[in-house]
Design a protein around this ligand. Structure first.
Ligand code: AMP
Length: 116
């Protein structure tokens, strides 16, 4: 963001609007502003971690919460049975554009493989 504030921290703190699909004290899930599939939700930790490269040994419990949230998002969005894809882009070649760890949950259509 222009003022240097992390955009997803601002969303997690309620300073920027988002369409929330799921939330708890550690994790927030909200709709992607530019959806690439009928279901496109971003699942983020409220605490700032820049990418998967910031995930240290002690983050096991947080990752478990994130993946439990991903499953709950899939159920709420109606793609638990049809299937979905979970993606976390990291760094330049990974195509990461927001430097706050996030997991894309994509579904509602067949996901081609490999991704571009
Ligand atoms: P990535 O490119 O993997 O870092 O993913 C960042 C995602 O954040 C992109 O899919 C964007 O469309 C999405 N995005 C950017 N700004 C917002 C916002 N304010 N609310 C929701 N999604 C956003």
């Amino acid at each position: 963001m222009a003022d240097g504030r992390c955009m997803f921290c601002a969303i997690a703190d309620g300073e920027l609007p988002s369409t929330v699909v799921y939330e708890d004290d550690e994790v927030l899930a909200f709709r992607d502003i530019a959806p690439r599939a009928p279901v496109h939700v971003l699942v983020v930790p409220r605490r700032h971690l820049a990418s998967v490269m910031d995930v240290a040994d002690g983050e096991g419990p947080l990752l478990a919460r994130i993946f439990a949230a991903i499953g709950e998002v899939a159920r709420r969005e109606g793609v638990a049975d049809s299937g979905f894809r979970v993606v976390s882009n990291a760094g330049r070649n990974g195509g990461q554009t927001v430097a706050h760890l996030h997991f894309h949950v994509l579904g509602g259509r067949f996901m081609t493989w490999p991704p571009g």
